[in-house]
Ligand binder design. Structure first.
Ligand SMILES: [Zn+2]
Length: 67
């Protein structure tokens, strides 16, 4: 596991979905400095369920960032 797989805010594990979401919502070309879904939810002031829903939506739409 590389350091890119750690959340910059809480040090927690960042999943492939989290990275995809981060690129979608924060920085499309990000190559590090990712955040876990919990910290992204906090950043956007929403519930993590809302973000998980977004991941499902992107995947359903065939987004390449969510294989
Ligand atoms: Zn975090």
């Amino acid at each position: 596991m590389s350091e890119y797989d750690r959340c910059v805010k809480c040090g927690g594990t960042v999943t492939a979905d989290d990275i995809g979401l981060f690129r979608k919502l924060v920085d499309r070309t990000a190559d590090g400095g990712f955040m876990c879904i919990d910290c992204m939810a906090e950043k956007f002031g929403c519930r993590r369920e809302k973000l998980e829903e977004k991941v499902r939506e992107y995947r359903k739409n065939g987004c390449l960032m969510f294989p």
